[in-house]
Design a protein around this ligand. Structure first.
Ligand code: B12
Length: 519
């Protein structure tokens, strides 16, 4: 057994039923701590592709293999993986009662008081938002928590305490953090849809009502650092890179610089790679942006359209002017995108509250018009369906609580119920992938949602008519000429023990989407 003073174990919990891909945030945290505090033994444990049982065995092995004076276990959370994160936390607590268990990531960060109050025995500290500085300070100052910025905890009197905001990383700091971890490379599945994830900028200044990220300055790596990072990925043999900045092309000057840098790299590497990115309709409308991206080897762009229905666009806070937004969308898709080699991917949400058949007709009409334009150029458009969900901390969450649509602690009961419904998770994952994990308000029975009591079978909780309606809409979209819906099935973490076929899956079954969209 190895001995050391302090050990930090960063854990990605099981992600069954969700898109496979390792959390780059953990690589960043591990690298940052290792650089500032080499005396701390820092390890990453990727349990993302494990079943719960296998994950527990692996965790037991990892926690038990070292004797340390102080063990910190940091577990990353999204809303979708919150329950499996809690399971990992419970196991650590059982094995090493004195371990300091820290949760971070989008779920715990956005709901710290409820999480701490609901799990005081297994969660000691929550790191809120960007984790590098708070985690380093926590390791330095523990047990003196009040001197650590960017965290929340329950004090000795069980009072919820949230310390002041931590300073964000500077550009130099962002640049200095490697994207691989020592000789372990990227760890696990490097990204979604056979791509390697790369994040060149953090934050998003916008305030979309549904999004878990926003109202935050964009902080970008310098161009030389981006070049270094991309070349690291190429050196490791990756040829398809997904630039997962929240909002690529947010500024014209940055877009130009980054596209020029990517063009240069492609030139040096003999066009050995292609990349894709996600952005907004509006940023693609700027003159020459699409052309710059095409020249730089962009193979596809995911446009966060979200809806084509004016009322829903307002509800989502995507735009104050839906008509202009939809006109811009059409101009961006055709002629601009369809005249280049960049594939056009549209992210669209389904199952919004108040959605009815007329919404779906409107969606089909817009897609049919875009599809015709695609066909006339020998192309197609791919729709990435996303189920509308509410995440903690969002405007929709605050509105829902204020309007008493659901209780403030709704995520506790809902995620617990969802976690026990493996087939539901699979159905959601296969059909919608991005978008699950939060509360799918548009397909739940309103009285159940309002009560916050999610018990019983799928039929007791889910409004199956809404599921039928959405499934029918997706089938309808698949029939539109020039438009495909994307099937996530091959890209989600599978549980070989689970029987996928259940009532709801059958109810929601539709012809498998035309695949190959990302190939
Ligand atoms: C890249 C990406 C992915 C990748 C990688 C996943 C990952 N877990 O990182 C892939 C494609 C695999 C993916 C999948 C999913 N994703 Co995703 N993804 C992103 C994206 C675009 C960027 C994440 C990123 O790398 N950021 C840069 C790093 C440095 O930041 P970070 O991850 O936030 O980590 C920092 C802090 O959060 C914190 N932190 C995080 N964990 C921990 C743990 C500890 C102990 C501490 C101290 C701190 C800490 O410190 C980190 C460093 O500063 C975000 C949007 C966004 N901007 O965050 C969505 C986002 C995280 N994804 C989201 C969702 C819903 C999913 C899926 C559930 C979709 C699905 N149904 O399958 C799955 C989850 C499965 C999975 N494998 O994780 C939501 C989560 C919302 C929520 N409340 O849960 C986000 C926020 C998108 C959104 N706007 O709504 N995703």
């Amino acid at each position: 057994m190895e001995r050391c003073q302090q050990r930090l174990l960063l854990v990605m919990p099981p992600q069954l039923g969700l898109l496979s891909g390792f959390a780059a945030g953990l690589l960043s945290l591990a690298n940052f701590v290792r650089a500032c505090m080499p005396e701390v033994r820092t390890d990453i444990l990727d349990l993302s592709a494990h079943s719960l049982d296998a994950a527990k065995q692996q965790l037991v092995r990892s926690v038990g293999s070292h004797q340390v004076q102080r063990l910190f276990v940091g577990i990353t959370t999204t809303t979708a993986s919150y329950q499996s994160a809690l399971q990992m936390a419970q196991l650590v607590r059982d094995m090493v009662p004195r371990a300091i268990i820290v949760l971070g990531g989008h779920h715990a960060s956005a709901d710290p008081e409820i999480v701490l109050r609901s799990h005081p025995d297994i969660v000691d500290v929550i790191v809120i938002g960007e984790g590098e500085h708070p985690l380093r300070e926590l390791l330095r100052h523990y047990p003196s928590l009040e001197s650590v910025f960017g965290i929340a905890y329950l004090d000795d009197n069980s009072h919820f305490t949230r310390t002041g905001a931590s300073k964000p990383l500077t550009q130099d700091e962002l640049d200095s953090i490697p994207i691989t971890y020592g000789d372990k490379g990227l760890i696990g599945t490097p990204g979604k849809f056979d791509h390697a994830t790369y994040v060149s900028a953090r934050g998003c200044p916008l305030r979309c009502a549904f999004c878990a990220v926003g109202n935050d300055d964009i902080r970008a790596k310098s161009i030389p650092a981006v070049i270094r990072n991309i070349e690291t990925l190429l050196g490791m043999g990756f040829s398809r890179i997904a630039i997962e900045d929240n909002f690529f092309a947010h500024s014209p000057s940055r877009t130009r610089e980054i596209c020029e840098a990517l063009s240069d790299i492609r030139h040096r590497w003999h066009d050995a790679f292609a990349w894709d990115c996600q952005t907004r309709v509006e940023s693609l409308a700027r003159r020459d942006t699409i052309e710059l991206m095409a020249k730089a080897g962009c193979e596809a762009v995911y446009i966060g359209v979200e809806s084509v229905h004016p009322k829903q666009l307002i509800y989502l806070n995507k735009t104050a002017n839906p008509r202009e937004y939809l006109e811009t969308l059409t101009e961006v898709v055709a002629p601009a995108l369809l005249n280049t080699s960049i594939r056009c991917y549209l992210n669209l949400q389904f199952g919004l509250p108040g959605e009815a058949e007329d919404h779906e007709r409107a969606t089909c009409a817009v897609l049919a018009a875009l599809g015709r334009l695609a066909v006339s150029r020998g192309k197609h458009i791919t729709v990435f369906p996303q189920l509308h969900v509410v995440y903690p901390g969002t405007t929709h969450f605050k509105q829902g609580v204020a309007q008493r649509c659901f209780p403030e602690d709704v995520f506790e009961a809902f995620t617990r119920w969802e976690f026990s419904q493996t087939p539901v998770l699979y159905w959601l994952g296969e059909h919608f992938a991005h978008g699950t994990g939060g509360i799918p308000v548009g397909i739940l029975k309103p009285h159940v949602l309002k009560s916050g009591n999610f018990e019983g079978d799928v039929d007791d909780v889910v409004d199956t008519n809404a599921v039928f309606r959405i499934s029918a809409a997706l089938r309808e979209i698949d029939r539109i000429q020039g438009v495909h819906t994307f099937g996530y099935g091959d890209y989600i973490v599978a549980n070989t023990n689970s029987a996928k076929a259940t009532a709801i899956c059958k109810a929601g079954a539709r012809t498998p989407s035309k695949k190959g969209a990302v190939r």
